[in-house]
Design a protein around this ligand. Structure first.
Ligand code: FAD
Length: 441
């Protein structure tokens, strides 16, 4: 009989929960399965924390970056795990419903007993063909070590704010925060505010502020500028490069724009990967300054030691379905149910992927793990679904995704008022003001 292999999982957010759920289905091969979670809660990002700075519960920096009134940025009908439908009539539901969904998922698949709460991973190294982890018990302060055959690292990637390095930043005398610390719009009543960055948080916060602030300057460098923004929102294309006492300067090509009399600035400038507890040399991966990692295959499998998977590296749209497919594929790979590529094959495919991104998609090096482009995302799903002989994600998921991305760009103020229903595997319905429209099929 094959010896059972032990599995350590770091983090009980959506990715870690999904990992427990599927490894536990193979408990004849994998045992024990232990998940280490630093907080006392499942759900990771989806646990709204009113505090900023240090989380009084863990004494660690606050993990979650969500704000009080946040609603999801894509319909829950395509955001859910493929084996556990999100039951909601509203498509763009409040963040608390996602947390409830993750609790329901955990109850349905009996995941809680696999999780050790209040346990903070401090160090990972490769020792004697195993993964050695050092964990701090946050209740007692004591540090202990454990060895695992397989290690799944799922700490999330939206917790450690990325601050642009601009030397004049300290000159700004008004309120200056990163979006990680944004909670509500009320403090910005009647103010002139600049929001830097047009990721999902940047656009969301801009719109929240517009209902209370005097004026919002929405500064971003994206190719597709947003249409139909509120009247008190001024969108400016450019890159922030200088701060003054109550001003900033942005630059686009040869043009400079100075914005004066600013009361506040919110930097929605993204996040840093935070994996400093990994001993790179023994683990065989290399963490780059630009948030990318050398030595991983298909954006999550350690090439040197494929018994380590990192589920927080790639930046996908459809993260729950992606975690689901990645884990299923990975378990089959570990079990020898499907072809396991050689080290050379893994390196060669990763290099090709990087090259295509650079030469065809004109991506920057730092976008090496980005999976937001619809075609790239579809190709990725197809790749692991074909190689892993998995049930593919339904085509309707991609057609609805394509539709909502267009809607979001054209109608940033109103797109969250639309509701959708999946009719079958290839078509969906829009439900808006009781008008129904069937698309696809
Ligand atoms: C503002 C915002 C809005 C978003 N909106 C959406 C959306 O609408 N739809 C969508 O699909 N996605 C959205 N996302 C992305 C979201 O992060 C992912 O969908 C997903 O929830 C990430 O799950 P995760 O398990 O990878 O990470 P997380 O949810 O971050 O969970 C990681 C867990 O690991 C734990 N952990 C971290 N480090 C350690 C350690 N050293 N030791 C022990 N435990 C540790 C953390 O405490 C946490 O519980 C949003 C993200 C943000 C920040």
């Amino acid at each position: 009989m094959m010896k059972k292999r032990s599995v350590g999982i770091i983090g009980a957010g959506a990715a870690g929960l999904c990992a427990i759920r599927h490894f536990k289905d193979h408990s004849k091969l994998f045992d024990p399965i232990v998940c280490y979670e630093q907080t006392n809660l499942i759900g990771g990002t989806w646990n709204y924390v009113e505090d900023v700075g240090i989380d009084p519960q863990t004494n660690l920096p606050v993990h979650s970056s969500i704000y009080r009134d946040m609603r999801v940025n894509g319909p829950v009908q395509i955001m859910d795990f493929p084996d556990y439908p999100f039951q909601s009539v509203k498509s763009y539901t409040h963040h608390s419903d996602v947390l409830q969904y993750l609790h329901d998922y955990s109850s349905r698949f009996n995941l809680y007993s696999f999780i050790r709460f209040g346990q903070h991973l401090k160090y990972v190294s490769r020792e004697m063909d195993s993964w050695l982890i050092e964990v701090q018990d946050l209740k007692t302060g004591s540090i202990y070590k454990k060895l695992y055959d397989i290690l799944i690292v799922c700490p999330g990637r939206y917790s450690k704010p990325f601050w642009p390095s601009i030397s004049t930043i300290s000159q700004f005398g008004g309120s200056l925060i990163h979006s990680h610390d944004y909670r509500t719009s009320e403090p910005y009543f009647g103010k002139r505010v600049a929001v830097i960055g047009a990721g999902p948080s940047g656009i969301d916060i801009t719109l929240e502020l517009s209902s209370l602030a005097l004026e919002v300057f929405f500064i971003n460098n994206t190719a597709n500028q947003f249409a139909n923004l509120p009247k008190n929102v001024q969108q400016l294309k450019g890159e922030l490069y200088q701060f003054g006492h109550d001003s900033i300067c942005i630059r686009y090509k040869e043009t400079e724009i100075h914005l004066n009399m600013l009361d506040a600035i919110i930097l929605a400038t993204g996040y840093r990967l935070s994996l400093d507890y990994i001993d790179e040399s023994s683990c065989g991966i290399e963490l780059n300054q630009d948030n990318t990692i050398n030595g991983i295959y298909r954006h999550f499998i350690n090439i040197s030691h494929p018994t380590m998977a990192l589920l927080s590296i790639c930046m996908p749209t459809l993260s729950f379905p992606l975690y689901h497919q990645q884990i299923l594929y990975y378990i089959k790979l570990l079990n020898g149910e499907i072809y396991h590529p050689t080290k050379e094959e893994m390196i060669s495919e990763s290099e090709k992927d990087h090259e295509i991104r650079k030469t065809v998609l004109l991506y920057r090096d730092k976008d090496r793990h980005l999976l937001k482009n619809l075609q790239l995302l579809k190709n990725y799903f197809e790749l692991i679904e074909n190689d892993g002989q998995l049930k593919p994600i339904k085509p309707v998921v991609f057609s609805l995704l394509e539709y909502i991305v267009k809607t979001r760009n054209e109608n940033p103020i109103g797109y969250k008022e639309f509701n959708y229903r999946l009719v079958d595997d290839s078509s969906f319905q829009i439900i808006y003001d009781l008008i129904e429209d069937k698309i696809g099929g």
